[in-house]
Write a protein that binds this ligand. Structure first.
Ligand SMILES: [Zn+2]
Length: 135
């Protein structure tokens, strides 16, 4: 199997890919990027926290730009006060997207370098979607 690396630091690969946040030890605020201090309470201690792999869409926009393939960008509420922005796959008709549409994380190979190392990215797809994509 090719060596795989996550496209972003907060994506954890393996048998059960998931996102993880830095959680403020004092107030539980979550951040995807590492912080020196919590923006909510100014504490300086954080711990890594795995996030749910399913959530609900709270906002979306359809992006159509020139000759590029149109795509849908979504904001997904993963619970516990965490939202993440990502692309949506498997639901090309925006009219199908309803408030609280349930989605789940999936990963895919976004690129391969000259040595065969695969960069793995993530997106979300509707729960019940059967397409198997990439990693
Ligand atoms: Zn805090």
């Amino acid at each position: 199997m090719a060596v795989q690396i996550p496209a972003v630091d907060y994506l954890v690969l393996g048998d059960q890919p998931h996102l993880q946040a830095w959680r403020c030890v004092a107030c539980s605020a979550a951040y995807f990027d590492r912080r020196n201090a919590c923006a909510r309470c100014f504490a300086t201690s954080f711990s890594r926290s795995p996030l749910a792999t399913e959530g609900v869409i709270t906002a979306f926009t359809r992006v159509e730009r020139g000759a590029k393939q149109p795509f849908t960008s979504v904001v997904v509420d993963l619970g516990e006060g965490v939202t993440v922005k990502a692309n949506l796959r498997g639901m090309d008709d925006p009219a199908q997207i309803k408030p609280e549409t349930k989605v789940r994380l999936y990963t895919f190979v976004a690129g391969v370098d000259d040595e065969g190392t695969e960069a793995v990215a993530f997106a979300f797809e509707p729960v019940g979607h059967s397409e198997v994509v990439g990693a």
